[in-house]
Design a protein around this ligand. Structure first.
Ligand SMILES: [Zn+2]
Length: 247
């Protein structure tokens, strides 16, 4: 194999490993994913009920404030009763008193139903917290384990970055630029293995680019094997190489 090609394939492999390590470092590890999802669902459920408790408390405060306002009004009307002089004024005042009494009753009912709602929600909340306790504890323990694993992965990320820098230094600059241009177009990889396709009944062997499946001509296969130059796939332009077992 071309000496630079070997470095390029190694570079691509280091970049792939870096991606995996960085995903591991910043994401949720597979062994924690199920528990993480369960924990998140429980948390959402608890938050929903907490919101109900809060809303019911707010409703109750509003109703209680309205009740005490109405009671103030009632007191004022009752004091006015002794001061009215005509039958008409008296009738009008009694009407006002009736209205305000009705308001007090309905606000008291509202406050009571909010209280009941809030108490029920609090009971639900306590029951949910109790039933989620085991998951909470397991989650906390796994988080601790995960946090303990992180420094090792961070070191791995640093090592890979250093290795990538070294490999790039070992290559001629134009080649690094070429590699990076292809990588920009194909973030999953700038190189592609050449694969031998065996077709029963067909005498001639056929080679293909493993990334885009385009046929690789026999003279191109020879060129890659000779290692005289770097060869790009004629269709997708990825840099072609032979995997060890086929070389
Ligand atoms: Zn291709």
């Amino acid at each position: 194999m071309n000496q630079h090609l070997e470095t390029i394939v190694e570079l691509q492999s280091a970049l792939d490993q870096l991606k995996v390590a960085e995903e591991r470092l910043h994401g949720i590890p597979d062994w924690m994913r199920e528990l993480h999802n369960e924990h998140a669902a429980n948390k959402a459920q608890i938050e929903q009920i907490e919101k109900t408790v809060e809303e019911a408390a707010k409703e109750r405060r509003t109703a209680e404030a309205a009740t005490s306002d109405a009671q103030e009004k009632l007191k004022k009307y009752q004091q006015q009763i002794n001061k009215v002089s005509t039958q008409r004024e008296y009738g009008a005042l009694l009407q006002e008193i009736d209205t305000v009494k009705g308001q007090i009753t309905s606000q008291e009912e509202q406050a009571f139903s909010s209280l009941e709602r809030s108490e029920q929600a609090q009971k639900d909340l306590a029951a949910l917290r109790e039933s989620f306790r085991e998951i909470e504890e397991r989650y906390a323990a796994e988080m601790t384990r995960w946090e303990a694993e992180k420094p090792g992965i961070a070191r791995q990320v640093d090592d890979l970055k250093a290795r990538i820098a070294d490999l790039k230094k070992a290559l001629p600059r134009p080649l690094v630029s070429q590699f990076e241009r292809i990588l920009e177009r194909y973030p999953t990889g700038a190189v592609a293995a050449v694969r031998l396709i065996d077709r029963p009944g067909q005498k001639q062997r056929e080679w293909h680019c493993s990334a885009c499946n385009y046929r690789v001509r026999p003279q191109v296969v020879v060129e890659i094997r000779n290692g005289s130059s770097l060869v790009q796939c004629e269709s997708c332009k990825r840099i072609l190489f032979f995997e060890e077992e086929q070389a």
